[in-house]
Design a protein around this ligand. Structure first.
Ligand code: ASP
Ligand code: MG
Length: 423
């Protein structure tokens, strides 16, 4: 029996009862002969509460202090969890990210892990302890300041530790039974996926699926660490994310892995752009210089009479203000007519490596949307994904229609949501 890394999210340790329940699960893994490293998130909505609190004392809190504050959330849960385990008669020690050797760059609030040196974790394990590590935090290599990895970063901590400790598996415990063919909060007939490739999981994550963060899956793929996503509220097998099928059942790759949706983006249209070389470059240079990531882009054919065209693109709503300001500054150089900002959009994506070899997937996707009376505003594709932008208030209908059209509905309402907000 090898080493396992288990990660428990905030909703799994939301209160004292939750912590005790999780402690039992951890002890069971230890009793089964595993060496166990646990990564834990802050209890329930603690992180959000701390963010609110910071906002009440300062409109723009300094990054360093903000990280100091937020990491406190995980310190609370790690210590309580270690106590609960000791209370069950087993040895446990808790460690901050810094103590666990999670070394990051010095970009506060969204630091990247650059090295993991888990010497103290190894020692703790060798001495027979269960090691509990605070998720989503590290220490910067140059300044030795405390950093955080960005919201939801505990999953990345878990995978990074699993890689550094050469764990057999990284188990991510959450409030649903695994990765589903659609968000079970929206589609009750969503089906649990037994196995999904890193490739498809990466596309789902970047298309709005919240069960695993893109960065965490990317890390797991790079180091080839199998992830097992499962519920801490049930004993069921969850979803294996890996290169090759694993787990109890050997399963084949489905043509379509799932339908993801995302309502966190907005659309900007630059109206009346002169159709000549360099204009698009100037527009997107202005966006890039403000560190804004864009997603889909569509440029219309220009009207012959005016020689003007429209360019639309999507970006995170949170960057909307910044992007509009940046574009206004380019107006004198480009001479476009106006800017339109629309944050009432949704993106719906169909993901599956099988679409590479199965014709008709795109047609079927568009037919399903049209049958549901949903209008398509933008389209983009990759080799294994098709995404469209629709009105935000049509998202539920659209996701359900596409899910049904591709035969993804399960016979039962098996998609159980045990708690949390799905964030
Ligand atoms: N507690 C942090 C958050 O809520 C990190 C995590 O849960 O992974 O974003
Ligand atoms: Mg959380």
């Amino acid at each position: 029996m090898g080493l396992v890394v288990q990660k428990y999210g905030g909703s799994s340790v939301a209160d004292a009862e939750g912590i005790k329940r999780v402690a039992k699960r951890i002890v069971d893994a230890k009793k089964n002969g595993h060496q166990v490293v646990v990564v834990v998130s802050a209890m329930g909505d603690t992180t959000d509460e701390l963010i609110d609190l910071a906002g009440q004392v300062s409109p723009i809190p300094a990054g360093r202090e903000f990280d100091m504050l937020l990491t406190a959330g995980e310190r609370i849960s790690m210590a309580l969890l270690a106590m609960a385990i000791k209370n069950l008669g087993h040895e446990a020690q808790s460690f901050t990210g810094s103590q666990a050797g999670v070394i990051t760059d010095s970009v506060h609030n969204k630091a990247r892990i650059i090295d993991v040196t888990p010497g103290r974790i190894r020692t703790a394990l060798d001495e027979g302890n269960i090691a509990i590590v605070a998720g989503f935090q590290g220490v910067s290599q140059d300044k030795k300041d405390i950093t955080t990895l960005g919201r939801g970063g505990s999953d990345t901590t878990a995978v990074a530790l699993a890689a550094a400790l050469e764990a057999e598996v990284c188990e991510i415990y959450t409030d649903v039974d695994g990765v589903f063919t659609a968000d079970p909060r929206v589609v009750t007939k969503a089906r649990k996926i037994d196995w999904i490739s890193f490739e498809d999981m990466l596309e789902l994550a970047s298309s709005g699926s919240k069960v695993l963060l893109h960065r965490c899956v990317e890390y797991a793929r790079r180091y080839n660490i199998p992830i097992h996503v499962r519920s801490s509220f049930s004993g069921l097998q969850g979803t294996w994310v890996s290169n090759e099928p694993q787990g109890d059942r050997k399963v084949e790759q489905a043509i379509i892995s799932g339908v993801a949706h995302d309502t966190s983006e907005a659309k900007i249209t630059v109206v009346g752009v002169p159709d000549k070389p360099g204009e698009a470059a100037t527009i997107f240079r202005a966006i890039a210089d403000n560190q804004i990531n864009i997603d889909m882009i569509v440029q219309n054919v220009s009207a012959a009479s005016t020689g003007l065209t429209d360019i639309s693109f999507t970006l995170p709503k949170t960057e909307g203000r910044k992007a509009i300001d940046a574009l206004e500054k380019t107006k004198p150089t480009i001479g476009f007519e106006s800017l339109r900002y629309d944050d009432q959009i949704a993106k719906i994506s169909l993901v599956g490596a099988g679409m590479k070899t199965n014709p008709g997937v795109t047609a079927g996707f568009f037919e399903a949307l049209s049958d549901a009376g949903v209008n398509i505003e933008l389209i983009s594709t990759s080799e294994i994904r098709i995404s469209v932008v629709t009105r935000a208030d049509e998202v539920t209908e659209a996701v359900r229609a596409v899910h049904t059209a591709f035969g993804l509905d399960s016979d039962s309402d098996e998609a159980v949501v045990y708690g949390g907000t799905g964030r």
